[in-house]
Ligand binder design. Structure first.
Ligand SMILES: *[C@@H]1O[C@H](CO)[C@@H](O)[C@H](O)[C@H]1NC(C)=O
Length: 346
C-alpha cells in the first residue's frame, strides 16, 4: 500500500514535469550506446522573450537548449538539441534506415513546415504540428488556464514567433522593384533555404519522412550548398551505411554571427558524424564531414563537403565551437571499449 502510494507520487511529479524534458530519456535509443553527445549544452544562448507570457509557469520552462524528442502521431523518431536563443538546432541525432542510395522521390517539400508546440507551453501536445493546428492548441490551453489573449504576449501568433523559427523567417523580402537601366527584371533568388539536419531521404517510413519537415530540424543553409554537394553527401551516406547493422548519425550546425531577420542564426558550418555498428552493436566504422555555409569560409571559396575521420572532425568542431576538453559526439568515440579504458560519457 505504502509502495503504491510512492509510485503514485512519482507519477504525479513526472506529469508535472511536462513533455519537453530536461534530457532525451524518451528517445535515447537514437544515440549510440544511448548516450547523447557530451559538451554541446554550453553553446546554446538563452531565450530572448521580451515579455514572459502568462502561461509560463516557471522560468526553467524556457531553459536553452531544449531537448526535443521529435514526435509525430505520438511516435518519437529522432532527437534534436534546440538552441532557443538562436532559434536553430545545434544537432539532430537519428538512425539512418534507408537502403537505396538514390534520391527519395517521395520526399516532397511541403510549403509549410511543422512547429513544436512544446516550445511554447511545455504541457501541450508532444506532437509536432502545422501552424494551423498549433494555433487552436495554444488557444485551448489559454482558455483552460484562464490566460487572456487580449494581451498580445499571450496570442498564438506572437507565441509561435517568440518561441521558435517560423516559415516566414526563411522567406526573403524581395528587393524593391526599382527598374535598372540594363535589366528588365531583377531575378529574385532565395539565398538561404530550410536545410535539413536529419534529411527525409535517410528514412524508409512515410511518417518518419514527414517528421523531418519541422522547423526545429532545419537551419538556414545556402541553397547552393544544400541542393548540390550537401545533398550528394547525404546520398553517399546511405552507401556508407551498407553493411552496418545500424548507423547512428548526428548532424549539426556551427552557429555563425549573422541571422535571418535578426531572429534565426545562420550557421557558419554544417557538420555530420556517423557511427556504424554491426548486428551485435559493436562499432565497425565511423567518420564525418564538414561544409562551410559561406563561400568566404570554404577552401578555394567553393562550396564543398570535406570528409574526415571522426577524431579530426571533433578537433575541428572543438575549435569552431570554442569547446572545452569535455566534448564527445559518440560514446567512447564510437570505438570498442577495451579493458578499463575510460571515455567521457561512460
Ligand atoms: C567562438 O569564438 C569566436 C571568436 O571569439 C566567435 O567569433 C564565435 O562566435 C564563437 N562561436 C561560438 C559558437 O560561440
Amino acid at each position: 500500500m505504502f509502495l503504491s502510494l510512492c509510485w503514485l507520487l512519482v507519477a504525479i511529479a513526472y506529469e508535472a514535469e511536462g513533455l519537453v524534458a530536461n534530457d532525451f530519456t524518451k528517445c535515447s535509443e537514437v544515440f549510440y550506446k544511448e548516450k547523447m553527445p557530451v559538451g554541446f549544452e554550453g553553446i546554446a544562448k538563452p531565450h530572448d522573450f521580451k515579455e514572459i507570457p502568462d502561461g509560463i509557469k516557471t522560468i526553467s520552462d524556457l531553459a536553452s537548449p531544449a531537448y526535443i524528442c521529435q514526435t509525430l502521431g505520438s511516435k518519437s523518431y529522432y532527437a534534436t538539441l534546440y538552441d532557443r536563443g538562436r532559434r536553430i538546432p545545434l544537432y539532430s541525432a537519428y538512425i539512418l534506415d534507408r537502403k537505396e542510395a538514390k534520391e527519395q522521390t517521395d520526399c516532397k517539400r511541403p510549403g509549410s513546415f511543422q512547429l513544436e508546440p512544446q516550445l511554447i507551453y511545455r504541457e501541450v501536445t508532444e506532437n509536432m504540428q502545422l501552424t494551423k493546428e498549433t494555433r487552436p492548441t495554444i488557444t485551448k490551453y489559454n482558455k483552460n488556464n484562464g490566460i487572456s489573449e487580449r494581451d498580445p504576449k499571450n496570442q498564438p501568433t506572437n507565441l509561435m514567433k517568440a518561441s521558435q523559427a517560423i516559415d516566414e523567417d526563411y522567406i526573403e523580402t524581395p528587393p524593391t522593384t526599382t527598374k535598372t537601366p540594363t535589366s528588365t527584371t531583377i531575378k529574385y533568388q532565395n539565398k538561404y533555404g530550410r536545410g535539413h539536419l536529419n534529411p527525409c531521404g535517410h528514412h524508409n517510413d512515410p511518417q518518419n519522412y514527414k517528421s523531418t519537415f519541422t522547423l526545429t530540424n532545419v537551419v538556414p543553409m545556402k541553397s547552393e550548398l544544400n541542393n548540390d554537394v550537401w545533398s550528394k553527401y547525404e546520398i553517399e551516406m546511405i552507401t556508407i551505411s551498407a553493411g552496418c547493422g545500424k548507423m547512428y548519425v548526428v548532424t549539426g550546425s556551427v552557429p555563425g554571427n549573422n541571422a535571418l531577420k535578426d531572429r534565426v542564426t545562420i550557421p557558419s558550418y554544417v557538420w555530420n558524424a556517423y557511427c556504424c555498428v554491426n548486428n551485435l552493436g559493436k562499432p565497425v566504422k565511423s567518420g564525418g564531414a564538414i561544409a562551410a555555409n559561406d563561400k568566404e569560409l570554404a577552401p578555394n571559396k567553393a562550396f564543398q563537403v570535406e570528409k574526415m575521420e571522426l577524431s579530426d572532425l571533433q578537433l575541428k568542431l572543438k575549435n569552431l565551437l570554442n569547446l572545452s576538453n569535455n566534448f564527445e559526439i559518440f560514446a567512447c568515440d564510437c570505438k570498442e571499449i577495451k579493458g578499463n579504458k575510460r571515455c567521457n560519457s561512460i
